[in-house]
Design a binder for this molecule. Structure first.
Ligand code: GDP
Ligand code: MG
Length: 448
């Protein structure tokens, strides 16, 4: 995968050099950088919708982020962008799933020239090296030469090959190959299919019939990385007819435009499972989103930078926490700030699971997100005075707040009760009677 992302990578490197040179950035400068990034991504063949989302998410996360002393805003942006790209690409590595049935059926689909037949051979070797016994077969009933190509590949990799020259339909081949695999104790049948130069309805119909008549455990869409946006369109067409379980991206060693893979994964949600990195049979690799994200950012030291930033964040949040605990009072304003912080850090369920049990009720799991929003609305409908000194909130103020936030007086009452409990806990924390939960996790200011 050496050259695929080079171009993209070079451009990113340029942008970040600019950012790095400046030290601390103003909001305008961050926006300017994001404008640059947007162009870089577009030029690199990332679909504009994907770019738009990516930039919006990076901005949202960057702007809400407090500036840390030991990390420059530019470094922070790198970290956030790295994270987002990695997330789009699937988070962690997704390995191929071989179910414990004999035999498992894997189907390779894609355009002619995308690398299906080669990949079929590579995949056979890949599985063999993991102690499976695959058999290769081809449903290209019309072209004996295509089957011959696979037979040769199979034999050079020391793999079993099955052919049914008399077959008229792909389904006959697959059924016969499955019987063969059962008799011979082969545990995976790798099915290569006929391709066309362009997506044709006839081919797609044939594949649809095949996938409807047989249960394939993996349907792998083989896409040529060098075709850029064309690969995105191919993926979209295939999606209408068959339901791929994943992508194998080929020719990652030769392509200069890297954006397509981001677009395809973002738009289809299909994981990239393997990548082809050369013509040789052993040049197939598991796809690693985090490595790819680092490559895209073009910095060999990205991972150590990320670690440094993560350490710094934990460190600073801990310091801030200590400062806050020495404050005199805990107000509804602090409460609101904490709620917002919670919203930023992760999935709602993760957060709830981190809370001390006594507080989980506040964010009742069932409609947690909604509760958070309503709670926020209530606090926002209070005056500054009321937020700092909730004691003054009498019945008429409660009615006003309920009306302003589109909630009820009961909900306002409940929030005030809950706030009072948290305030009490906070006081205890101050006296050191309870261990602030935050110290364990290093995340939330007051332990919820
Ligand atoms: P099919 O028509 O989809 O079956 O494609 P083939 O398997 O016949 O491959 C078409 C061409 O792409 C062949 O010349 C292969 O050697 C080449 N190819 C396939 N995968 C890769 C890869 O990962 N890297 C490179 N550089 N070439 C590849
Ligand atoms: Mg072929």
């Amino acid at each position: 995968m050496d050259r695929v992302f080079e171009q993209l990578t070079e451009k990113f490197a340029g942008v970040f050099k600019k950012l790095r040179g400046k030290g601390r950035l103003t909001a305008e400068e961050v926006d300017e950088a994001l404008r640059d990034l947007r162009l870089v991504l577009l030029e690199s063949d990332v679909h504009y919708r994907v770019v738009k989302d990516l930039i919006a998410r990076v901005r949202e996360r960057a702007v809400g982020r407090e500036v840390l002393e030991s990390v420059t805003p530019a470094e922070m942006v790198i970290k956030i962008l790295w994270d987002e790209i990695r997330q789009i690409l699937g988070g962690g590595a997704k390995d191929l799933h071989v179910p414990p049935v004999t035999p498992a059926l894997f189907l390779l689909v894609g355009l002619q020239g995308s690398g299906k037949t080669t990949t079929c051979g590579k995949l056979g070797l890949f599985l063999k090296q993991r102690h499976y016994f695959p058999v290769l077969t081809s449903t290209d009933t019309r072209r004996p030469a295509a089957r011959e190509q696979l037979r040769i590949l199979a034999s050079s990799a020391g793999l079993d090959f099955f052919d049914l020259p008399s077959a008229q339909h792909p389904l006959e081949v697959v059924q016969a190959a499955r019987r063969y695999a059962r008799e011979k104790g082969r545990d995976v049948v790798l099915v290569d299919t006929a391709g066309r130069l362009h997506v044709e309805e006839e081919l797609l119909q044939e594949l649809q019939r095949l996938t409807q008549s047989e249960e394939f455990h993996e349907i792998l869409l083989v896409l040529d990385a060098t075709t850029g946006q064309e690969a995105v369109r191919v993926a979209e067409r295939f999606r209408e007819w068959v339901h791929p379980t994943g992508i194998i991206l080929t020719k990652v060693d030769t392509d200069a435009r890297g954006g397509a893979v981001l677009s395809i994964v973002a738009q289809t949600g299909w994981p990239v499972k393997l990548i082809g990195v050369g013509e040789k049979l052993n040049q197939l690799e598991v796809f690693h989103p985090e490595r790819m994200a680092s490559r895209i950012l073009g910095m060999g030291d990205t991972l150590s930078l990320i670690e440094k930033i993560e350490r710094a964040i934990t460190e600073e949040e801990r310091r801030k926490l200590e400062q806050q605990v020495t404050k005199e009072e805990f107000t509804l304003e602090d409460f609101l700030e904490e709620l917002r912080r919670l919203r930023r850090v992760g999935s709602f369920e993760d957060i709830v699971n981190m809370l001390p049990t006594s507080f989980r009720g506040i964010f009742s799991q069932v409609d947690g997100e909604r509760n958070l929003k309503r709670t926020e609305a209530i606090i926002l409908s209070m005056t500054k005075e009321e937020r700092r000194n909730p004691g003054i909130i009498n019945a008429s103020r409660k009615r006003r707040i309920a009306q302003g936030s589109g909630t009820t007086v009961q909900e306002v009452n409940r929030l005030l009760r809950e706030f009072e409990e948290i305030r009490k806990l906070w006081k205890k924390m101050k006296k050191g009677q309870v261990l602030p939960f935050a110290r364990k996790k290093g995340f939330f200011g007051f332990g919820f």
